[in-house]
Design a protein around this ligand. Structure first.
Ligand SMILES: Cc1cc2nc3c(=O)[nH]c(=O)nc-3n(C[C@H](O)[C@H](O)[C@H](O)COP(=O)(O)O)c2cc1C
Length: 302
């Protein structure tokens, strides 16, 4: 998403090295009389120019410095040079993150949840749009408000899916979704809903005491990708902070099909939800990493 330029260059500090000009993806900066100058009207406001300037001569007003400050840990704001991180430790973190389906009845500090939202924002976004939104549900009560909306949706969906004639009629006109749902999920969902009513076992949110619902405002070119990249950051950071996490696709599906659910948790109708991350302290302690199936990895040369 191209925006108005908010870059300013302090001409007294600029030494004319040209690094910012070479880097600018929009060609918004150019050399003028031996110094860098803003010549274009449009910008990604990506901040690469300010980040590379050896003299600290550049500011990008659209960038909010507070987004790099965190309450629950001391952030190191120095840029980490290429190759200066322990890959083995990074991969260990990635491979140790597990979807948690057994949360303890223990609240998560709201400052940690706020930090996780900011950590999400360190992800890339298409044309740097950063139109994502993070709705923090800091209590079990808030999670249950969302769960109720999702539950009502699945109750309605299941009662539709039970109607064989309706399923077949929809199939005949090329709409297979209801029949596919019936074959793949109906029984599982029915049992999950009944179990919740019977014994309060929460198969949807796994008794999570908190969640972050991640959506996007209108205008992003690739909103789903932006949101899911932010979420992967949240999942990894959560693990490093001692928290378990689980993406709740079942809730996303419900919110996609019934736009009123998001209003139950204060999300305006013009936003679209692409991810729900359940968060809390995990009851599980694994003995080893879980591993993955063999993947298709091709190579093509010339
Ligand atoms: C897009 C997406 C949606 C998911 N939705 C759910 C869900 O609704 N409920 C759930 O328990 N797990 C959900 N998961 C978790 C997956 O089942 C889990 O990632 C997978 O089994 C691999 O396990 P791992 O995350 O521990 O590596 C979801 C994962 C993804 C990526």
């Amino acid at each position: 998403m191209l925006e108005k330029v908010t870059t300013t260059i302090n001409q007294d500090l600029c030494t004319g090295c040209g690094l910012c000009v070479q880097l600018c993806p929009m060609r918004t900066l150019a050399m003028m009389d031996g110094k860098a100058a803003v010549i274009g009207d449009l910008s990604l406001n990506c901040g690469h120019c300010a980040a590379i300037c050896p003299e600290g001569a550049i500011t990008v007003a659209a960038i909010d410095e507070d987004m790099s400050k965190f309450a629950s840990f001391q952030a190191d704001q120095n840029w980490l040079p290429y190759g200066d991180f322990d890959t083995a430790q990074l991969v260990r973190l990635m491979a140790s993150r597990r979807s948690c389906r057994n949360f303890k009845d223990k609240p998560v500090d709201e400052s940690t949840l706020q930090d996780l939202a900011r950590i999400g924002c360190t992800a890339p976004s298409a044309t740097n749009s950063q139109l994502w939104t993070f709705t923090i549900l800091p209590t079990r009560e808030a999670v249950l408000t969302l769960a109720k909306g999702v539950r009502d949706f699945y109750l309605k969906l299941n009662s539709m899916a039970e109607k064989r004639v309706l399923r077949l009629a929809l199939r005949l006109i090329g709409k297979r979704e209801l029949d596919d749902y019936y074959k793949g999920y109906y029984e599982f969902v029915k049992e999950g809903l009944a179990e919740f009513d019977r014994s309060g076992i929460d198969r949807l949110f796994h008794s999570a005491p908190a969640a972050i619902v991640v959506g996007c405002k209108r205008g992003a070119s690739l909103p789903k990708e932006d949101v899911l990249l932010a979420c992967q950051n949240i999942l990894l950071a959560a693990h490093s902070m001692g928290l378990g996490s689980c993406l709740i696709g079942m809730a996303v599906e419900a919110m996609k099909n019934d736009r009123k659910i998001q209003q139950l948790i204060g999300i305006p109708p013009e936003e679209t939800i692409y991810s729900v991350v359940a968060l809390g302290y995990s009851k599980e302690k694994y003995k080893r990493q879980a591993g993955r199936k063999a993947a298709v990895v091709r190579r093509f040369e010339s």
